[in-house]
Design a protein. Structure first.
Length: 236
C-alpha cells in the first residue's frame, strides 16, 4: 500500500471539515474522490500535501507517517499536488514555471532535460510555448502546464484537483487520456473530479464523500452499475 489515511479529522476553526475518514491507495492505481461541493475532497488533498494539519488521525506514505512533515519534505518524498485553479506563476514563462518544480532535486547537479522531454512528449503544445508567459496560455494549456509542472518534481503519487473545471469537452478528453497515459507509465494518481462520469470512466477505485465523511467506496466498475450512484451522481 502506498498511502494510508486512518481516522483523519480536519477542522476549520469550529467547523469539522473531515470527520474521521479512512482510505487506502495502492501503487499504480487511479483513485478518485467524488462528492458535492463542500464534501471535503479538496481538504483531503490539502491535508495530504501538508498545507493543512489534521486534528487527529494519521497519514502514512510508504510506511512513514507524514502528517507532521513540512510541505517541502512531502514533495521531495514524491507527492505532488495540482491544485484547483492551476495556480500558474504570474510573470514566469512556461519553461520557468516548469523549472520551479525541480527545486527539490535539481540542485544536486542533475540535468532537468530528461524530465522536460517527458513533459513535452505528454504535452507537445508546451514545447511550442516554452518562452511564452504562462498566464497568457489558454485555459487548456494552463492545465497542461500545471500538470507538467507537477511532473517535473518527479512524483510517485500525483494528486489532481478538478482538472476538468472550465475546459471544453474535447480538451477534457485529451487531458484525461494523458492522465491515463501517465498512470500506465506506473505513476499513482489521486483524483478529485466533479464530473462523476469521468471519474468512474478513468479511475480504478472511487471514494464518495458527503459532509466530510466517506459514505461509500468500491471499484469504479461496480459503482457505475449501482442504481443509487446512477441516481445521485450520474444523472440517470
Amino acid at each position: 500500500m502506498m498511502l494510508s489515511i486512518e481516522n483523519l479529522v480536519v477542522n476549520y476553526g469550529n467547523i469539522i471539515a473531515l470527520k474521521s475518514i479512512s482510505m487506502q491507495i495502492n501503487e499504480a492505481e487511479i483513485v478518485a474522490l467524488i462528492g458535492a461541493n463542500g464534501a471535503g475532497k479538496t481538504t483531503t488533498l490539502r491535508t495530504i500535501s501538508g498545507l493543512l494539519r489534521p486534528a487527529s488521525g494519521s497519514i502514512t506514505y510508504n510506511g512513514e507517517k507524514i502528517d507532521t512533515w513540512p510541505v517541502e519534505k512531502i514533495v521531495a518524498a514524491g507527492l505532488s499536488h495540482v491544485p484547483e485553479g492551476r495556480r500558474i506563476f504570474p510573470g514566469l514563462t512556461v519553461l520557468e514555471n516548469l523549472k520551479v518544480a525541480t527545486s527539490t532535486w535539481a540542485g544536486r547537479g542533475q540535468s532537468i532535460q530528461p524530465e522536460l522531454e517527458k513533459v513535452y512528449r505528454l504535452f507537445p503544445k508546451l514545447r511550442e510555448r516554452t518562452s511564452q508567459l504562462g498566464w497568457s496560455l489558454s485555459g487548456g494549456e494552463q492545465q497542461m502546464l500545471a500538470i507538467g509542472r507537477a511532473m517535473m518534481s518527479r512524483p510517485k503519487l500525483l494528486m489532481l484537483d478538478e482538472v476538468s473545471l472550465g475546459l471544453a469537452p474535447n480538451l477534457v478528453q485529451d487531458i484525461f487520456q494523458t492522465i491515463k497515459e501517465i498512470n500506465q507509465s506506473g505513476l499513482t494518481i489521486l483524483l478529485i473530479e466533479q464530473n462523476a462520469n469521468l471519474a468512474l470512466e478513468y479511475a480504478h477505485r472511487v471514494y464518495i464523500l458527503e459532509n466530510g465523511e466517506v459514505v461509500m467506496t468500491d471499484t469504479a466498475i461496480n459503482l457505475a452499475k449501482n442504481p443509487q450512484i446512477q441516481d445521485s451522481y450520474l444523472g440517470s
